[in-house]
Ligand binder design. Sequence first.
Ligand SMILES: Nc1nc(=O)c2c([nH]1)NC[C@@H]1CN(c3ccc(C(=O)N[C@@H](CCC(=O)O)C(=O)O)cc3)C=[N+]21
Length: 371
Amino acid sequence: MASTLFGDCSTSSAARLLPLHRHTTISLLFRRLLPQSLPRQLGPSRTPTSLRALSFPYSTSSSPSPAPPAVASLAGEASATVIDGKAVAKKIRDEISAEILGMKEATGVVPGLAVILVGDRAESATYVRNKKKACGHVGINSFEVHLPANSSEEEVLKYISEFNADPNVHGILVQLPLPSHMNEQNVLNAVSMEKDVDGFHPLNIGQLAMRDREPLFVPCTPKGCMELLHRYGVNIKGKRAVVIGRSNIVGMPAALLLQREDATISIVHSRTSSPEEITRQADIVIAAVGQANMLRGNWIKPGAVVIDVGINRVEDPTSPRGYKLVGDVCYEEVCKVASAITPVPGGVGPMTIAMLLSNTLASAKRIHNFH
Ligand SMILES: Nc1nc(=O)c2c([nH]1)NC[C@@H]1CN(c3ccc(C(=O)N[C@@H](CCC(=O)O)C(=O)O)cc3)C=[N+]21
């Protein structure tokens, strides 16, 4: 993830690449004309009680009061519900811990996750460390191989086949990106599809794309996005969903998952003309492009639900790390238009790790026939 200089939406590099046709204020005023779009779009929450407190502020609201003058209204503009991925992920980890304990007591089996990290990218090392910590918290054994950046592809393949054969390992994750001299396809194909907790094996992706078939694993980040939509009671069936970005690991599987739940999907990508016009039609937006603050307020239909997958570092001299994390969505603008939005950090990121743990537990249960 490239570091950019700009932390605020108005100066985002992406905003210059993709010219804006409308100003945010217009969106804000437009939204005022449709104050009822939110409660109708979001049906009653299927969310457990503990999460309901985090849920929609509008669901019980009465009729809108007369509109104050536009300028005054901007400060008091109601904000979207914040979809708290950190809290949901914690709840899921607690559920996983309990299940793992039960499984251990009943069968003696402890789920195991193997992570292969090649090279010294600081971000990759951080993710791997976070995954290991998360495994520790829920009671999953973690196995880690850290290879130097100049290792050969054969070496990586050798570790993969060892983990494929190891009965203590139920999940195998090869941290991406791999160094450029390696063939990512060869490596991902080598992971046994029964241990493919990332869901990146072509057979798992293929099953995801086919009707009436079930993949053994669904990729963690898109699965986390869907879990957030479910736990916040967002209706998907029959809705228009736009996924921005067509990567194998997020955009494409996210679109397939939404389609499997009967949304009508569009994928917006770097060659799409008028991406903002298409995005503005969406009831659900999943942004996964890796461009800081790219989605402005005027890309969003009032009342839409926005899931921000981007994790971009932008320089921030006031932060001890020297940078801060921002999403692909210009949060300050979009939170005034959307009905619900995920923050960065604290949105999809923690869910990705929770889904990895969930996939690893599911794998151990399947391998040991424990249900
Ligand atoms: N084979 C493979 N599988 C992956 O799942 C995979 C990968 N490779 N390569 C890199 C990406 C990235 N990724 C993240 C996971 C958690 C957070 C996360 O927890 N983020 C925190 C912030 C963490 C921080 O403060 O740095 C948050 O958004 O709140 C972010 C990013 C998994 N990835």
